[in-house]
Design a protein around this ligand. Structure first.
Ligand code: ADP
Length: 479
């Protein structure tokens, strides 16, 4: 694998200054390889290659053929499922079962967008007599994509699937903490025959290659998934060149439980949506809001389930893996320490498996019993397996509480009353609402994105194709 290289204009090469970064397995803390430390010069070359591709072979390719290439890549990913699963689990520390799901999802993005490429079309508009108006839907041009470390393979599929289906030429900067699967997926993309320059990948440090990409004047759009802080920097930087941004940032997503819900089903789903990827999912359900009348009963059952959770190395395939890095481990443990100082009661804590290597970055899954509404555990994204329980009085209070953070990504609503389901779905200010279920990160077909500090723009589904393309109005005076 060409892990130590950047991929520009169809060829693998060393970064412009030859530097590399060490990659570490979160399960053990041990070095597993190196990646290229891409530079601003590499980003310049990648954007130029993308521009050339957009104005050349790739830009001229009929949609049906673009779609075929995407579908072929989807199949190639499935053909390499075992290898990619192992790589993703090793690189991110996520349990094997989850890594396998991620690889299947990456394939599914290319299948979905492969099928969609030739079904994205314009419109006509009735206008004055003697006129014909057409709305063409065109690619943006060159799109930049900065992705995080939590779901590298899925993010590759999500960003590039939609951007390429829309006819854009792309430059991606994957995350320095984990991107080995992205490099392998790029090799597969080259093997199935994407033309030179359609896909360019420059791994490296955020403040270097990432900053150079977001500041590049020759981009037509940038999509970013990551922290709100970096999202703000990227948006400000892109604004200097009037480059539009699609931002998918954090969340503090609520699971809202009413007394008439199927409690057993709710508990299983709430726990699953928290521990998925060790809580390192922007759409993780990290607040459980429970109606006061059932609070104690529900919490007792949730506590019992929570105590069974285990964290351990990816190959033991437990509920949680390690978190991604030492820094992230310290950040999550910092939340736990401050909560202890603030006297917030721990309701239950999962275990760290006895076979978890000493050097790995483990944190125990933790459930807090009653988190005050203004505490950081009720407001801020931890990005670890930490669940805050909070009681509410009635429906209006539940909506107020659900909307009381700076975020607005997704929400789960647990009730069997149809009217209440609908009122809540309309009342919460989030991009996705699940009723009697919860799909943290799931659903390739489902438009996804935030309100407020969770970002703006929509990815996934057909909406992403619209974001990554643009309309042009053509008015014909035919007399
Ligand atoms: P997290 O906090 O989850 O690590 P970040 O927002 O820091 O997420 O990182 C997400 C992506 O943004 C990574 O690819 C990272 O390299 C990149 N990045 C970080 N800082 C910057 C920056 N100043 N400009 C552009 N990209 C950045």
């Amino acid at each position: 694998m060409k892990a130590e290289s950047v991929f520009i204009d169809g060829s693998w090469r060393k970064s412009s200054n030859g530097q590399t970064l060490d990659m570490v397995a979160p399960s053990t803390g041990e070095k597993i390889g190196v990646i290229a430390r891409g530079t601003a010069e590499d980003i310049n070359a990648a954007v130029a290659a993308a521009r050339k591709a957009f104005e050349g072979v790739w830009g001229q390719m009929p949609a049906v053929e673009r779609g075929r290439l995407l579908s072929k890549l989807g199949q190639a990913i499935l053909d390499h499922e075992d290898e990619l699963t192992d790589l993703e689990a090793l690189d991110t520390g996520k349990p094997l079962k989850l890594a396998r799901g991620d690889i299947k999802a990456a394939a599914r993005y290319f299948e979905y967008y492969g099928g969609a490429a030739d079904k994205l079309h314009g419109e006509t508009i009735p206008f004055l007599s003697g006129y014909q108006v057409m709305i063409l839907r065109e690619p943006r041009g060159v799109t930049g994509h900065i992705i995080p470390w939590n779901y590298p393979a899925q993010m590759f599929g999500r960003a590039l699937g939609a951007a390429l289906a829309g006819g854009n030429a792309t430059v991606m900067k994957p995350a320095e903490e984990a991107c080995l699967s992205v490099i392998r997926l790029t090799e597969l993309a080259a093997d199935v025959g994407f033309p030179e320059g359609a896909i360019n990948i420059v791994p490296g440090v955020g403040e270097e290659a990432g900053a150079a990409l977001s500041a590049h004047p020759d981009l037509d759009l940038i999509s970013f998934t990551g922290s709100p802080e970096v999202g703000t920097i990227i948006q400000k930087t892109a604004a200097d060149n009037h480059v539009p941004c699609v931002l998918e940032l954090g969340g503090k997503s609520p699971q809202i439980v009413f007394p008439d819900a199927d409690q057993e089903k709710a508990i299983e789903s709430i726990v699953g949506a928290l521990v998925q990827n060790t809580g390192q999912t922007c759409s993780a359900g990290t607040r459980v809001l429970i109606e006061r009348s059932i609070y104690d009963d529900f919490m007792n059952a949730l506590t019992k389930r929570f105590k069974q959770l285990q964290a351990g190395p990816h190959d033991l395939d437990l509920n949680c893996g390690p978190v991604i890095s030492k820094a992230q481990q310290e950040r999550v443990l910092g939340f736990l320490e401050r909560a202890e100082k603030d006297g917030i009661e721990v309701a239950a804590q999962g275990k760290i498996h006895e076979k978890a290597p000493e050097g790995g970055y483990y944190v125990p899954p933790t459930l807090y019993r009653v988190v005050p509404r203004d505490h950081e555990l009720a407001k801020e994204e931890v990005f670890g397996p930490v669940l805050s329980a909070i009681p509410f009085d009635d429906e209006a209070d539940a909506i107020r509480l659900a909307n009381s953070t700076d975020y607005g990504l997704i929400a789960g609503i647990w009730t069997n009353s149809g009217a209440r389901q609908m009122r809540l779905a309309k009342g919460v200010r989030v991009g996705q609402v699940y009723i009697n279920g919860y799909g943290a990160g799931g659903g390739i077909e489902l438009p996804f994105g935030g309100f407020k500090k969770s970002g703006h723009g929509r990815e996934k589904g057909f909406e992403a194709l619209k974001e990554f393309t643009v309309t042009k109005t053509v008015v014909i005076n035919h007399g």
